[in-house]
Design a protein around this ligand. Structure first.
Ligand code: 5GP
Length: 136
């Protein structure tokens, strides 16, 4: 996996504002926050995208995420927030080390979403569900 800015943060070569750390996970403030308290939660394992992450790191991140969400809400006073996780350049990933954004909603601040929803076609849905299930 290529070197990323998060590898440097993990090695302590680039500073960050840490809010949580254990043997598998680091959480720190985003340098370009969408709202005050915007926090990134990353595994220490150097996986570029979520599908490449080990079960052990995924479990560790999963355990920490709700705690970080609660702490961000408490610290910012926000009662709503988004958890965002981008994978691949076409999905707006800029840093190719798995990370979860915890983004509080504060007034007009926070994550803006354009959600161009379609409608599930029952015929297509059955074959899609089978295809995904058999790929698991
Ligand atoms: P992505 O678009 O890959 O999901 O988001 C990457 C995030 O990493 C961005 O929100 C960006 O502000 C944040 N980021 C990039 N470089 C640094 C850095 O050096 N320090 C911190 N704290 N955050 C960074």
């Amino acid at each position: 996996m290529p070197e990323t800015i998060f590898s440097k943060i993990l090695r302590g070569e680039v500073p960050c504002h840490t809010v949580f750390e254990d043997d598998r996970v680091l959480a720190f403030l985003d340098i370009f926050p969408l709202a005050p308290g915007h926090t990134l939660v990353i595994p220490k394992e150097p996986a570029a995208t979520l599908d490449a992450l080990s079960d052990e790191s995924a479990a560790a991140v999963g355990r920490v995420l709700p705690r970080v969400c609660r702490a961000v809400m408490k610290a910012t006073g926000a009662s709503a927030y988004n958890v965002l996780q981008n994978n691949g350049p076409d999905a707006h990933q800029a840093v190719f080390h798995v990370h979860f954004h915890v983004i509080p909603k504060s007034g007009a601040g926070g994550l803006g979403i354009v959600w161009n929803a379609g409608r599930l076609d029952p015929a297509g849905a059955s074959s899609m569900a089978r295809a995904i299930a058999s790929a698991l």
